[in-house]
Each structure stands twice: as C-alpha cells, then as structure tokens.
Design a protein. Structure first.
Length: 360
C-alpha cells in the first residue's frame, strides 16, 4: 500500500489521531460560503420525499447507523429504522409508502449490504450510500452518494470511518431539518468544530487510556460496557472494538437490561466500564455501576463535563449532548488499542477478520 504509517507503530493509532482533521475536513466539504450546510440538492429532495428512512449496514457502520437514527428522528422528525444488512435479507420488514434506503459502508463493498441494495432496487425504491470510497460498488449502484472524506482506512478495526459517518449523518439530518423549516437551537457546524478540538484533547491523553487499559484488560477473559440512551450505542461500538483486536469477550449492554439477565455474569473482579454523557440517564447509569460493584465488579466511569462526579475515572470535555458519541468513542478506541497492545495482539490485522467482507 502507498499509505504509510509514518512515525506510528500501527495504522489504528494513526487513524484514531486523524479523527479531528477528518471532522474539520467534513465541515469544510459540507459548508457553503456563508457557513451554512451545503448538500447535494438531490439528496435533500430524496430525504424530503421520503416518509421513512431505512438504514442498512454491518459492523461498525451499523453502530454509526444507530446514532444516525437519533439525529434524523430528533432533528429532522423523520422516522428511521436501522437494520443489520445480513438480517434484512431474510427478515424484510413491512415497508412504508415512500422508503429511502441509506447504506452506510466505509468500503462500499460489503456483500451483505449490496444484496439488500439489489433487492430494494428491484422493488423500485431510492437509495443513498454514505461511504469512504465514492467509486465503490454500493456508491455506483445507489442513486446518490455522500462521501465521508476520511481518507483511506487501513486498520481492520474501523475508527475514523465511524466518526466520519456520524458527522455526515449529523449534516444530513440538519440539512433535512433546515429544508423542512425546523428551527434548531444550535449551530451544527460550529458544534462539530468544538467536537474536533475535544477529540484532539482526548488523543493527547493517550497515557491515561493506556493505564486504564493495563489496569482493566491485561488479565481478564471478559469485560462489560454499559450505557443508556446515546451511550448505549457507543458502548456497543466500544465492545466491538475490544473484541476485534484484543479477543477479550466483551459486550455493550443497556444499563437497564443488566438486572434482566446479564448481572448474573458479574463475578469478583469482572471489568465493567460505564459511559455517562447524557443528563437524563446520568443518575440511573450510576445506579447500575453501584449494583455491579456490590457484586464484586471492578468498575470505571467515563463521564462528561457537567455530569461528572469526583470518583469518575475520566471526564470528557463538554460537547453538544447530541454529538457526544463523536467524543466518547475516542477513549473507547484507545482503550481497545492499548488492551490489544498489552496482550501482544496484532492490532492492525486481527485474526479471522477482513477489512471488507465481499462474501455473504
Ligand atoms: C468488516 C470490517 C468491519 C466493518 C464491516 C462493515 O466486518 O471488519 O470493521 O465495520 O466490515 O464494513 P463497511 O465497509 O461496509 O463499513
């Protein structure tokens, strides 16, 4: 490959560090001369014409879709369903009158997603691909494309593509909201700029995450991440990152579901990482931490400025509440990276995995 690691030991670490410039690049690419959002008018029209958005994706891109649903529903007031591509083929839901299919795919080559695209084209439905590779199969075959502008992602574990997908989904949601005359009480591009700076401050604190990873993940066989609301989506991605590169059996759970089963797995010393960036669930997720602690779990809370408590392990600087996944995933990526490093795993090329899966 032509892409070099430079001074970095691994592509993954380089790509984690590239996230702030990628966010700034996205702001620039989707901004007009008056600092407003600039989007392909055909994409805007497709969004306005649709009564329901169906997001189709796999892996990390699916996790970005879960976050994107929140933006499109909360900001633009359009209902959204998010589907795992491979499942959609067998369990196709009843479709609305005017569905718009949005394929999220870093590579644009995922076979599971492509087979859904082929199927929905046969049914005559419009499609948009959000991808890092504009000439890719999913991009060529869909009606419209939005480009992630993240630059080539080499590490198998996706990092900068995830945050780029979320940023582009914010832009798509905001553009639709504005086109519908919905008044948003914040300046999205300015808030994304703040996110980029916060991401930078997080990637500047690598030693902190290296220490937490050494402490929590060096010995363990399993680990749990918990969150509620927006944080639930991020902890699913956090656990996927850890599984992929460190081979620790990890799951991301909704805090409220613990008591319905998972809490049975907590033993003396089981690592539980809690994420708390949402005001409405700050109290309840901390309650969950106490519950697992009482059963012997080794816990750690990563929170955000404004919601923090003295005992929190790490506090993320403030960002707009809807945009927290862009910031909160960075510590999670770094925790997974250092866990893999401490366990002598092949960070960039984990066993059994491929960067893009072109078979169903
Ligand atoms: C593979 C990769 C994952 C990725 C998924 C979807 O499984 O290992 O990192 O999230 O495919 O890839 P896509 O290119 O469609 O986003």
């Amino acid at each position: 490959t032509d892409i070099e690691k430079g001074t970095y030991p691994h592509f993954m670490l380089k790509e984690i560090d590239e996230q702030p410039p990628v966010i700034r690049k996205i702001i620039q690419e989707y901004q007009d001369d008056h600092d407003n959002i600039k989007l392909d008018p055909e994409v805007r029209k497709a969004m306005l014409d649709s009564d329901r958005v169906y997001i189709i994706a796999a892996g990390t891109s699916y996790h970005a879709g879960l976050v994107g649903k929140q933006f499109i529903e909360k900001l633009a007031n359009v209902p959204v369903e998010v589907h795992i591509a491979s499942e959609f083929s067998y369990n196709m839901p009843l479709l609305s009158e005017k569905p718009l299919f949005v394929f999220i795919s870093q590579s644009g080559e995922t076979a599971d997603s492509r087979s859904v695209l082929v199927r929905i084209k046969e049914l005559g439905h419009p499609s948009l691909t959000i991808t890092n590779v504009p000439g890719s199969t999913l991009s060529r075959e869909a009606n419209y494309t939005l480009h992630l502008h993240a630059g080539p992602e080499i590490a198998v574990a996706s990092t900068k593509a995830y945050t780029a997908q979320i940023a582009v989904l914010v832009i798509l949601a905001v553009d639709t909201a504005q086109a519908k005359g919905i008044n948003l009480e914040f300046d999205p591009l300015q808030e994304l700029g703040i996110v980029a700076s916060v991401m930078e401050s997080l990637t500047d604190q690598k030693e902190t995450f290296e220490k937490i990873a050494a402490d929590f993940f060096t010995e363990t066989r399993n680990a749990f991440y918990i969150g509620r609301g927006m944080d639930y989506f991020v902890v699913q991605e956090a656990s996927l990152k850890l599984k992929e590169i460190s081979y620790i059996q990890a799951e991301g759970f909704a805090g409220g579901e613990l008591k319905h089963g998972t809490i049975a797995l907590i033993e003396e010393g089981t690592p539980v990482i809690a994420l708390s960036t949402q005001k409405n669930v700050n109290y309840s997720i901390r309650g969950n931490v106490q519950e697992v602690e009482a059963r012997g779990a080794k816990t750690c809370i990563i929170s955000i400025e404004g919601l923090e408590q003295d005992t929190d392990t790490f506090v993320i600087p403030h960002v707009h509440e809807l945009l927290t996944p862009l910031a909160s995933v960075v510590p999670m990526q770094l925790l997974a990276y250092y866990a893999a490093l401490h366990r002598d795993c092949d960070v960039d090329k984990p066993r059994n995995l491929a960067k893009s899966v072109t078979v169903e």
